[in-house]
Design a protein around this ligand. Structure first.
Ligand code: GLC
Length: 728
């Protein structure tokens, strides 16, 4: 016994006791244990710093000129990273790892909205492809480009249901329907995060803007939103619930005031719904300086009050307003903010950092940019997605595709404006990497037609000096193709417009070209649905190409020539005029459906949600239900055969809607609950199926978020057919 004791003593007396690695640095331990160990070691000041986000690098977002923080504390929680290479990020990270007591890595975020350097079509366009797999691939590739450039976290996907095209940010989301936004939200989260954040080049996603931002009054940005609890639950929350269930890492609160309580300090949405009802274990970051902006919203008298009501409502991280790092210490010391709340917020931030593996891999490996930017496979995905987003709105007399036409007049302000095709929030996209429309037309119609190019008119203003010569050009052509629409900065943040019609100079140019008496094709590049009631009658064919990103004019040139068979369908309704707004497919019934209509224009929108033509024809068979009557817990299958009776392959999206004509809470006329896109070769038939789970697909939600399913009659609707179903 004695010898053993001596042995133990000798070891302890003569060899320095090896300082065990603190538990939080042991990657073999569960994240929860590492978080608690680290939290227990942190001072109040260190905790508070984790709840702040500043900026690093050259801030290019003109709406948010943040001061480039001269002295960034090495213990800062997060930085918005504007540089394109990882060097500056690594230098800053080295300070965090080596100059601070605990070596907590910084989380670097950035707006990777529709690509990082390979710019994909804007999200509103992506949803018109109805191809969630392709969108997931695009997000996955964007994650690689961003992560290799020093970004750990993207402020995307934006999933704000939007029904007002005057609101510029309609371009950033997936349209007017909750189910559509939910489907593309899940695809994006999976694309960015993969099936586990630790995998190579995965980045944390962020659902935004939570919640109801798309209801901004009259389409003006940053303003009040009147949202009842019923509408909150049946329209604006569903995409977020889907994203939380998909395991999203973070959420960003929105600028808007939700019926009297701004989202930034709204404990019902941030705490009651998100964290308690949905058990969200990630963290919530504010929008840009939104904590401070509670003062202008009339919710806080000063910055300290703004900090108090925000963190106590459940907002975990303050983006660049500095209210948290300026006042949390005092608020906690005075007991106005509890230690528990502080620890809860810090725990959420640390958890993500551990899950991302930042403690083990705090630095971005520096490799030549050509190894990860603009890779062939990302450009190929961008091209396909841009093709599948294009919506053929009108094709009178099958004018398109343009074959055997001798001379084409190619006109409009967009023919040589590649920068406008990037769309807003184009991250590090570069104009010189966008394929210009006129080059694409030249390439596409080389040897097939004579081409005459003429911009004809400006995007806006009164300069008609090009009209006369343009008309001469049009007169000599067989077909006139007009590329009209919007500049990239007419949509996006702080880009509201009082009218969604084309600028007067563009409409007037279209009217002038009509005098040539030639068939006219109108091609629109825009970040919103446009009001076309004056120009639609003048054009034989109309294409919405949206803002396609770096593929630029090539996809639409393929549609014009017939190389690409358009398959896009609208995810947002095109009103006839601005005055019709809001008009959307899932409106509720009127008490007098045939009355109360506009006296001056037809009350139907110009193009419905789901509208989109093809160069082939699809014949729908009879809608069949596997059962006509089911119990609540039973399932059934709806199916329909679709035959391509045309002479070329096409891809058809089938939208499945349900209706519940009578319910204790009135419901929309119809609600999208499933969609599927399949390629169908000419002459072949595909069966489209919708496996209906009544509790999931037929139920509704009340103003407290309780989902309910009533017995009674329901409808299953597809392509204008309706089959009745009884739930007993
Ligand atoms: C902006 C936007 C938000 C963006 C954030 C960071 O104001 O509202 O969408 O992610 O600030 O740039």
């Amino acid at each position: 016994m004695k010898s053993i004791l001596c042995l133990i003593l000798s070891c302890s007396l003569f060899s320095p006791v090896k300082e065990d690695k603190p538990l939080y640095k042991d990657a073999s331990r569960p994240v929860e244990e590492r978080v608690e160990d680290l939290l227990g070691r942190m001072t109040q000041e260190e905790k508070i710093l984790q709840l702040n986000q500043y900026t690093l690098g050259q801030n290019t977002n003109e709406n948010n000129i943040g001061e480039v923080t001269a002295k960034i504390p090495a213990g800062i929680g997060s930085l918005i990273y504007f540089q394109e290479d990882p060097e500056m990020r690594n230098e800053m990270q080295k300070r965090a790892m080596e100059e601070t007591r605990l070596g907590i890595p910084i989380l670097f975020g950035f707006d990777v909205i529709h690509g990082y350097r390979t710019v994909y079509p804007i999200p509103l366009a992506q949803a018109c492809s109805w191809n969630t797999d392709l969108v997931q691939q695009a997000c996955s590739m964007a994650a690689v480009e961003a992560n290799c450039s020093g970004v750990d976290w993207t402020f995307s996907p934006m999933i704000d249901v939007a029904r007002d095209g005057r609101w510029g940010r309609i371009s950033e989301g997936y349209g007017e329907d909750p189910y559509t936004n939910a489907a593309f939200c899940v695809a994006s989260v999976k694309g960015y995060q993969g099936d586990g954040l630790r995998k190579d080049n995965r980045i944390a996603a962020c659902l935004k803007h939570y919640v109801g931002y798309g209801a901004s009054e009259a389409g003006r940005d940053y303003v009040y939103t009147e949202i009842s609890r019923q509408t909150l639950w049946d329209t604006y929350l569903p995409p977020y619930e889907a994203g939380v269930k998909a395991g999203v890492a973070t959420v960003m609160s929105s600028f808007n005031d939700i019926s009297g309580t701004p989202a930034t300090c709204n404990s019902y949405t941030l705490d009651e719904v998100l964290k308690k009802r949905w058990n969200f274990d990630g963290f919530v970051v504010s929008d840009w300086a939104a904590v401070d902006q509670l003062i202008s919203q009339g919710a806080a008298a000063n910055r300290k009050e703004a900090a108090r009501i925000s963190i106590n409502a459940g907002l975990d991280m303050d983006m660049v307003s500095h209210c948290y790092d300026q006042y949390l210490d005092t608020l906690i010391n005075k007991g106005d903010v509890s230690e528990e709340r502080l620890n809860d917020a810090v725990r959420r931030v640390l958890t993500l950092k551990f899950r991302l593996g930042l403690f083990e891999h705090p630095y971005t490996e520096v490799v030549p940019a050509e190894q990860y930017l603009l890779q062939p496979q990302s450009k190929e995905v961008a091209e396909r997605l841009a093709e599948e987003c294009i919506v053929l709105l009108k094709n009178e007399g099958n004018l398109l595709p343009l074959q055997d036409k001798k001379t084409l007049a190619v006109m409009g302000p967009l023919i040589d404006a590649p920068e406008e095709l990037l769309g807003n929030w184009s991250a590090h996209g570069r104009t010189e990497e966008v394929f210009p429309i006129q080059d694409a037309i030249r390439q596409e119609f080389e040897g097939k037609a004579n081409l005459a190019f003429h911009t004809g008119c400006p995007f806006e203003g009164n300069d008609r000096s090009g009209f006369a010569s343009a008309l001469e050009t049009a007169r000599k052509a067989d077909v006139v193709i007009l590329f009209m629409g919007e500049k990239r900065n007419w949509s996006g943040e702080n880009c509201s417009r009082s009218a969604i019609e084309l600028p007067a100079i563009q409409e007037s140019f279209i009217q002038e070209m009509k005098k040539a008496g030639k068939p006219m094709v109108l091609v629109l590049a825009s970040g919103r649905p446009l009001g076309l009631h004056r120009v639609e009658p003048l054009c034989d064919a109309i294409i919405e190409m949206w803002q396609p990103g770096i593929p630029g004019g090539r996809p639409v040139a393929g549609v014009l020539s017939g190389r690409v068979n358009p398959s896009g369908k609208l995810c947002v309704t095109f009103p006839r005029t601005t005055g019709q707004i809001p008009v959307y497919y899932n409106q509720r019934q009127s008490s007098r459906p045939t009355l109360g209509l506009y006296q001056d224009i037809p009350s139907a929108p110009l193009y419905e949600f789901g509208h989109g033509l093809s160069y082939t024809t699809y014949q729908y068979g009879e809608l069949k239900l596997s059962k006509q009557t089911v119990k609540k817990e039973e399932t059934l299958v709806a199916e329909i055969a679709v035959t391509n009776v045309g002479n070329r392959t096409g891809a058809e999206t089938v939208h499945w809607f349900i209706s519940d004509p009578y319910c204790r809470i009135t419901r929309p006329k119809r609600e999208l609950k499933h969609f599927e896109k399949l390629e169908i070769p000419a002459g072949e038939t595909r069966i489209f199926r919708f496996e209906i789970n009544p509790m999931r697909d037929l139920s509704f939600v009340d103003g407290e978020g309780n989902r309910f399913l009533e017995t009674g009659e329901y409808g299953v609707i597809v392509n204008g057919q309706k089959a009745c179903l009884t739930i007993e």
